[in-house]
Design a protein around this ligand. Structure first.
Ligand SMILES: [Zn+2]
Ligand SMILES: [Zn+2]
Length: 204
């Protein structure tokens, strides 16, 4: 299975792996265009939600289902949103009875930070026409972060394959957080840069 087409092992990051696994064609172009465009560009939260809807829709199709418009969105809300535990479990059981691997789908979904890092670090997309210094230097940091994730994943996989590390499937998350010494809050790097600084300095 190693190196076969579509397993995403050569992908840039989790977004790339998920896109390869679910054959989300044209995803990079679509993300870059919708996020990087001037004017009415779409935020990373909405983009991540859309990637995840496409993941679930594709998993449903692979299971022989024919998801209706809006159905994956609603199912994801029931599976991950703020709903009573009983409803969440019912939704999960119903999908599992229909041969949808809910655990696999949920572990392949992406967060808005991951989408942001993918746009900036992997695709080198800037918001707006020509990126300013903040955006350019930001890209360097995201690329470094993604590289750390990739090298860590590859090293762990090779140790595991050599029998030196006891680990089945795994995922690596590199979370760079910055603490503002004025207010003591910590934020992840992407949020801080996208917001242009800490809120405590701008909200007064
Ligand atoms: Zn990527
Ligand atoms: Zn602050």
């Amino acid at each position: 299975m190693a190196g076969t087409e579509g397993d995403g092992s050569a992908a840039c990051c989790k977004v790339g792996r998920t896109a390869a696994r679910y054959e989300l064609e044209g995803l990079d172009e679509e993300l870059a265009e919708r996020w990087g465009g001037d004017g009415d560009s779409v935020g990373v939260r909405e983009l991540a939600a859309e990637v995840n809807r496409r993941v679930l829709a594709e998993a449903m199709r692979e299971a022989g289902l024919d998801p209706l418009d809006g159905e994956p969105e609603n199912l994801l809300r029931l599976l991950t949103g703020d709903v009573p535990a009983g409803r969440r479990l019912d939704t999960r059981r119903r999908l599992e009875r229909q041969d949808v691997d809910v655990d696999a789908v949920l572990s392949d979904t992406v967060s808005h930070q991951t989408v942001y890092n993918h746009l900036r670090g992997c695709l080198d997309v800037s918001k707006g026409a020509d990126g300013d210094r903040l955006e350019r230097r930001g890209s360097t940091l995201y690329a470094l972060r993604n590289r750390t994730e990739t090298v860590t994943r590859e090293t762990l996989a090779s140790l595991r394959d050599g029998g030196e590390l006891d680990l089945d499937g795994f995922d690596v998350i590199v979370d760079v957080r910055v603490v503002c010494e004025s207010c003591g809050r910590s934020r992840d790097l992407a949020t801080l840069i996208e917001a242009g600084g800490c809120e405590c300095g701008t909200s007064y």
